[in-house]
Design a protein around this ligand. Sequence first.
Ligand code: UDP
Ligand code: MN
Length: 292
Amino acid sequence: MLAHSRNCDMPLYSPSFLEGRKDVVTVTPWLAPVVWEGTFDKDLLDTIYKPKNITVAMTVFAVGKYVQFLKDFLESAESYFMLGYRVHYYVFTDQPEAVPMVTLGSDRRLTKVKIPGSNRWQEITLGRMERIENFIETQLINQADYIFCLDVDTKFYGHWGAETLSRTVAAVHFGFFTRSRDAFTYERRPESQAYIPYGEGDYYYGGAMIAGLVEEVYKVTKTCRMWLEIDKVNSIEAVWQEESHLNKYFLYNKPTKLLSPEYLWHGTYHTDVVKIVRFTQVWKDVSKVRPN
Ligand code: UDP
Ligand code: MN
């Protein structure tokens, strides 16, 4: 008999005591969960992850005029991001003195990492792969268990907790979760290392979030950095820079967990499907904030 054969008052054939979601894909064909509101029990997850005493690193880059996004980013992260866990922010910036003083919760720290500025935004965004790779190799590998690499022109608006932890985690891009693979803006030129032919692809992932175990994110950044170098030698820049390479990486190295667009939204409005906005890109006038 299936029911009641374990120490739980739910029958084994019940998928969960949660209602679940019938309106969205909640598991990929390779059996990775897609995290949506209504698919997890946050308190239950905390009883699993809190005793593990994990350290969560977060990298964020704020170079040039992008330092203006730091205050909202950090303050909102203090309200919603991995509350109750040990969190260590690493702010990569050319202006350490411009990093705002934000009151951090107990067990939360911030370290500034000085890096040079640049007059090409593409160089800043692409350069993140190499810098994160080096930083993991030289420091983080022994200092943190999980890492989140996030864009700074963003803000948290809702709970972001242990449901986002896994070996490798990618966020489904808000612009493409209802579209079919041939509409994805993958790099389509075979000359680029990021090339993905039509007919292939699972999802389109946003470049504003990479996460997972530190050693796994190390592999992501190292591989993408190598591909970026090859592209540079061949004088080609992928259509969406590092996002294109990330999509190629995750096509052939499937993420073990996907975050729904609740975790990488654009604006604060809700939809029938996105019932809660947890993290969103903030509007920016690129002509005013980018160096080129
Ligand atoms: N960035 C930066 N300074 C720049 C350009 C980019 O610090 O002048 C960093 C910042 O962390 C930003 C990320 O690179 O969030 C990605 O760039 P951007 O947000 O402009 O790309 P988009 O999200 O618009 O594709
Ligand atoms: Mn961004």
